[in-house]
Design a protein around this ligand. Structure first.
Ligand code: FMN
Length: 143
């Protein structure tokens, strides 16, 4: 069974680009191994992350993430069984997007914007130049 979760959290003191890059690099390696896909959006002081994959592996990964002291105040916004993934080809894509950032900050303050936030992150996925029809055509021509 596949499961999707979406959460927001607050960055711990002292978060740097370097630390962030390391988090994403480790996440991508682990997630590939576990067949987990998703995205991590950042806003000033805030994370929003969507994870999708086998239910058991999502549970174990979430447990690891919850223990991680590089963020605090994790709030689970969505937790649902799914049939299809929304982020099929992203092992853990870092998103720096104003729309998602605004919604992530609102969510940490208690606003009910979970679906909107998920849709905003998904919009970024569909706009990924690597996945666009133009890029696909380019690949076909190159081969
Ligand atoms: C915001 C945030 C997002 C993370 N996302 C993932 C992830 O998607 N997958 C993952 O394996 N680890 C992720 N991590 C890292 C885990 O918390 C943990 O450090 C990592 O899985 C290694 O765990 P271990 O040291 O127990 O082996 C994330 C950490 C943070 C702070």
């Amino acid at each position: 069974m596949l499961r999707r979760i979406l959460y927001v959290s607050s960055m711990a003191e002292g978060m740097t680009d370097q630390v962030l890059k390391h988090i994403v690099a480790v996440a991508q390696i682990n997630n590939r191994r576990l067949d987990i896909t998703g995205a991590l959006a950042i806003a000033p002081g805030v994370f929003a992350q969507v994870l999708e994959g086998p239910a058991e592996d999502i549970a174990r990964t979430l447990a690891r993430i919850e223990r991680d002291e590089r963020h605090v105040g994790l709030r689970l916004l969505l937790d649902e069984p799914i049939v299809l993934r929304l982020f099929d080809r992203w092992r853990m894509q870092l998103l720096v997007d104003d729309g998602a950032a605004r919604l992530a900050i609102e969510a940490t303050q208690g606003a009910a914007v979970a679906r909107e936030l998920l849709e905003q992150m998904r919009r970024q996925y569909t706009e990924d130049p690597h996945l666009s029809p133009a890029a696909m055509r380019g690949m076909a021509l190159a081969s």
